[in-house]
Design a protein around this ligand. Structure first.
Ligand code: HEC
Length: 237
């Protein structure tokens, strides 16, 4: 009886020793590993069968991500002049767009350009950055197109805002910058357009109507059964 007791304890200790050596970061014994070990290629895995040994491939040249619109102007002097003369704001000049633009401007631009666009932002007053122009600088004579272009590519000491802002946001900021310019020049405020009737609209910022739909806020998305989703539901069942 006694030896059985000892044996049991010894067995426990042995089991404990074995188990305590297990590395928690690694999977333990796998009895039927079928589902643990993927048979398919890992996205970033190395495999000899692929040209450069890597499973993940670069997208085909000219590929455009969904909802992203290529900007047709290049980052050079001629193209900047072209944008300045010909690129127009596709967004209607509505109260909402201007309000959004003001908010974004205050976040991204006002530290340098100042709340009024006179080039006297906090960083300028503290002499952290020099050469920030006022938006009514006659020598620059900024236009909708040039404002957008500068936000897209940056200019010397001013960085690009292409990564922080969407196409729509940049055009909203552009509306606000142009309104600041008018104010600095003592011009009367531009009249607002009606979002419904204005010739311009949001969808022109996006590659196609189909893609534009994903951007429309629609709380009823779940309830609505378009023929397409109905089909999907059927095949899943
Ligand atoms: C870090 C400071 C800084 C911030 C932030 C900044 N800018 Fe600028 N911006 C400059 C400087 C400096 C210049 C002058 C660049 C030059 O001509 O060398 C400039 C120039 C400009 C011009 C005139 C370009 C031209 O055609 O001559 C516009 C328009 C402009 N900025 C708009 C914006 C907008 C819109 C934002 C916010 C999205 C912004 N800036 C954020 C520093 C800044």
């Amino acid at each position: 009886m006694r030896s059985l007791f000892h044996k049991t304890i010894a067995l426990f200790l042995l089991g404990f020793t074995v188990l305590s050596c297990q590395d928690k970061d690694d999977p333990n014994y796998q009895y039927m590993p079928d589902m643990y070990e993927p048979i398919s290629y890992e996205t970033y895995g190395e495999y000899k069968v692929f040209e450069n040994g890597q499973e993940a491939k670069l997208p085909v040249e000219g590929t455009i991500p969904r909802g992203w619109m290529p900007y047709e102007y290049q980052n050079n002097v001629e193209s900047a002049a072209d944008a300045k003369a010909n690129l127009k704001n596709p967004l209607a000049y509505t109260e909402d767009n201007l309000a959004e633009g003001k908010e974004l401007y205050t976040i991204y631009c006002a530290v340098c350009h100042g709340d009024k666009g006179d080039g006297k932002g906090t960083l300028v007053e503290r002499e952290k950055i020099l050469g920030v122009p006022s938006y009514d600088d006659a020598g620059r004579a900024i236009t909708e197109g040039s404002v957008y272009h500068v936000m897209y590519y940056g200019l010397n000491n001013m960085g690009s805002y292409a990564a922080q802002t969407s196409i729509e946001e940049r055009w909203q900021i552009t509306h606000y910058v142009m309104s600041l310019k008018d104010e600095l020049e003592g011009k009367p405020a531009r009249e607002f357009e009606d979002a419904e009737t204005a010739p311009s609209n949001k969808s022109r910022l996006l590659p196609s109507r189909a893609d534009a739909d994903i951007y429309q806020e629609n709380d009823n998305d779940q309830e609505e059964d378009t023929p397409e989703t109905q089909n999907q539901n059927e095949t899943q069942e």
